[in-house]
Design a protein around this ligand. Structure first.
Ligand SMILES: Nc1ncnc2c1ncn2[C@@H]1O[C@H](COP(=O)(O)OP(=O)(O)OP(=O)(O)O)[C@@H](O)[C@H]1O
Length: 249
């Protein structure tokens, strides 16, 4: 397994958010996380790449391993971990820099100085994120001038420029129109050949379109995990069925 989560509990102060969460994420696949608002999906993915470390009231117990290595081990370098486990957020968050510099950013902060190499990776990343044709003639223009859908693909290019292994996506299409959403979904299909993707989505159709596996979260617990086809066609748990048929949440 690429990612293995065992008996994960997380807390903000003494409020428990995630309760005994277990998950296996196979390599080169898309796993969708579904569940009603506030059930802990974002907290979960932010625990995987240790983004919650930035919140002083956060604590956890249990284990998350990436390729068999505990991501919370003292020997793990958090900067290196976040390079391996990239993240794409709900709202596109380009830096107020040029399109080129947005994608080059990660390479530069990791010490890359070879400008020819940087230019090559920027081009490859923009191509992989299916936005190259739209921006190739204005790489020096501000990323803030792009549409929301273009900004989100730029953020995906920025994430893949540092060669991550896992990409965490927190509702990556929720701020986008249907056409941009389709572009991102097609892109996710392509990206799973190289990367392992874990994606939070509120859109049930999207989960069935893009993911192979689904985990259903409710009140900080995983109620059911399995193949997406099974979860949506033949859920084992009554709560899963109630949720996917829109009876709550
Ligand atoms: N920094 C924080 N401090 C305290 N509580 C927090 C913090 N961040 C999140 N929470 C709480 O953790 C719970 C889970 O929130 P989380 O954002 O993980 O849910 P979610 O399933 O991703 O929701 P949504 O679908 O609305 O994004 C909520 O009750 C939220 O209020």
């Amino acid at each position: 397994m690429k990612l293995e989560v065992r008996n994960l509990n997380t807390f903000f102060e003494d409020t428990q958010i995630l309760k005994n969460v277990n998950m296996d994420v196979p390599e080169n696949s898309v796993t969708a996380l579904i569940g009603p608002s506030g059930c802990g999906k974002s907290t979960f993915i932010r625990t995987v790449n240790r983004m919650n470390d930035l919140i002083p009231t956060f604590s956890h117990d249990g284990n998350i391993s990436l390729d068999g290595v505990d991501v919370y081990d003292d020997a793990v370098d958090v900067v290196d971990l976040r390079k391996k486990v990239g993240m794409v957020f709900q709202k596109p968050n380009p830096f107020p820099k040029s399109i080129f510099d947005n994608v080059a950013y990660g390479l530069r902060i990791h010490g890359e100085e070879d400008e020819d190499y940087i230019a090559q990776v920027v081009e490859e990343s923009l191509k992989s994120a299916a936005i190259w044709d739209e921006v190739k003639d204005k790489l020096d223009k501000s990323a803030m001038g792009l549409s929301g859908g273009q900004q989100q693909r730029l953020c995906i290019a920025r994430t893949i420029a540092v060669s991550p292994e896992v990409i965490l996506m927190d509702e990556p299409c929720s701020a986008l129109d249907p056409i941009s959403t389709l572009k991102i979904e097609n892109l996710i299909h392509k990206l799973k050949e190289k990367y392992t993707i874990v994606m939070v989505t509120h859109n049930m159709q999207q989960a069935t379109r893009v993911s192979k596996y689904t985990s259903f979260f409710l009140n900080g617990e995983i109620i059911e995990s399995g193949l997406t086809d099974q979860i949506f066609v033949n859920p084992k748990e009554q709560k899963t069925e109630e949720y996917i048929t829109g009876r709550f949440g």
